[in-house]
Design a protein around this ligand. Structure first.
Ligand code: ATP
Ligand code: MG
Length: 414
């Protein structure tokens, strides 16, 4: 592999791609603030334990996907594969545990060593929200409402469905796990090798398998909702009532499980048919066990994360870029005055582009390519008379304007 290629599974983001990312981030940030969430950014690497202990040593992320390395000081650190563990670590280490409820949102790169394909990178980006210290179902409803609103704000809700399940409390999960293991053992021979392995370590994950052979078996597996105890049923009903109350449509999916061990009660995903196999754009759930497992006081938590690349692929047209004003010195001797005038106009808030090289024709071409609204042409004659030729690029109309009056004349094009 040439070292001049980006590392497999990583991408450069530029032009429209980065604009799509920024659009997703900006709309989400504005909306999250509107819901009372404040921004947090945690380091992109943490002590390996932060992830290994919390994600559980049987999840795909921990067993196969982490970028872990030893520092020169001999510490084991890991590039963050997801955002929740870092937020939970910060909640404890920043001494915030007595300040609940706390509402955080974040965005940033995540790293997972998995097979790159469409919608699946090794460095990707997530936006996410976490609500800490709200044990009741209103919390679930709020974070799901924020997710739903974010997708609507991006005009994506048309082809995205909210799927909902409950993983119940610890007691319900233990009961379900036992019957599920029994059932899966009965079909052991037909399961994929990977699922046979999961059956030993993390049987719930078999429900999540994408292998056709596994999917066929899973269809007739015992269903989670049938093993929920009364407390868990009441909780799940309250979440559904809350969503109905807000007019948020959802579909129940009893085989929806989250890959991470610390989830309980509500699990949800927003999925689309538009992205092929990588159809989950946003996923989340309740993780009441996490903070305690990390060494903090028992604290309820619920949150979600969405893949920015997947959202970006779904976005329709970007809003047009602001149209610049093109500064066009006719010859080298007008360069200095063009620079000075550009500086003055930029300081007054105008969007000025200077092409820097080529003849007048080449510079006009660039101005058109940038969709400039106006070109400011400065030749020898203009300099002599202290004027600028202002050409409207849509109509071709042009007029001469005194250099001193440019700001007020251009006010229209700000
Ligand atoms: P998948 O089943 O697609 O592997 P996951 O269960 O591993 O997803 P989560 O850990 O729940 O995903 O992450 C939340 C979201 O982040 C996903 O729904 C997806 O949009 C995005 N995501 C996860 N992994 C990747 C990746 N490798 N590349 C791009 N986006 C990703
Ligand atoms: Mg994954």
């Amino acid at each position: 592999m040439s070292s001049l290629q980006p590392v497999r599974g990583t991408h450069d983001l530029m032009f429209d791609d980065i604009r799509r990312h920024r659009l997703v981030q900006a709309k989400f940030a504005a909306l999250a603030a509107h819901y009372g969430y404040s921004e947090i950014t945690t380091p992109i690497f943490e002590a390996t334990d932060v992830f290994a202990r919390t994600l559980g040593d049987t999840t795909d992320i921990v067993t196969k996907e982490m970028y872990t390395f030893e520092t020169k000081g001999g510490e084991s650190v890991t590039l963050r594969p997801e955002g929740t563990a870092g937020v939970a670590r910060a909640f404890i280490s920043e001494g915030l545990t007595q300040q609940t409820p706390l509402k955080f949102f974040y965005h940033g790169p995540m790293f997972r060593h998995e097979r790159p394909q469409k919608g699946r990178q090794r460095q990707f980006h997530q936006i996410g929200a976490e609500l800490l210290g709200v044990p009741g179902p209103q919390g679930d409803v709020e974070v799901i409402a924020l997710a739903d609103h974010t997708l609507r704000e991006l005009n994506l809700s048309g082809h995205i469905t909210l799927e909902l399940n409950s993983l119940g409390d610890t007691e319900s999960r233990a009961a379900y796990r036992a019957v599920l293991i029994d059932f899966l053992f009965g079909h052991r021979e037909k399961l994929s090798a990977e699922s046979r392995e999961r059956l030993e370590k993390n049987p719930l994950r078999v429900l999540d398998s994408k292998e056709p052979a596994d999917k066929e078996i899973v269809v007739s597996a015992p269903r989670f909702p049938d093993y929920l105890n009364q407390t868990s049923r009441d909780f799940f009903k309250a979440v559904q009532d809350g969503l109905n109350n807000l007019g948020i449509f959802f579909k129940l999916n009893s085989s929806l499980v989250r890959g991470l061990d610390y989830y309980s009660h509500t699990a949800f995903e927003f999925t689309t048919e538009a992205l092929g196999a990588q159809g989950t754009v946003l996923a989340g759930g309740r993780y009441d066990g996490l903070i305690k497992q990390m060494g903090g006081p028992p604290t309820a938590g619920i949150g979600w994360a969405a893949g920015v690349e997947r959202l970006a692929m779904l976005l329709s047209d970007l809003p047009p870029l602001p149209r610049p004003i093109a500064m066009i010195p006719v010859g080298e001797s007008e360069d200095a005055i063009a620079q000075k005038l550009s500086h003055r106009l930029r300081n007054s808030g105008f969007n000025i582009d200077i092409g820097y090289s080529g003849n007048m024709g080449k510079r006009m071409k660039r101005a058109n390519k940038l969709n400039a609204r106006v070109a400011l042409i400065i030749g020898e004659d203009e300099v002599k008379q202290s004027v600028v030729t202002v050409r409207q690029l849509d109509s071709g109309e042009q007029s001469r304007v005194a250099m001193a009056d440019l700001e007020s004349h251009l006010d229209l094009y700000r």
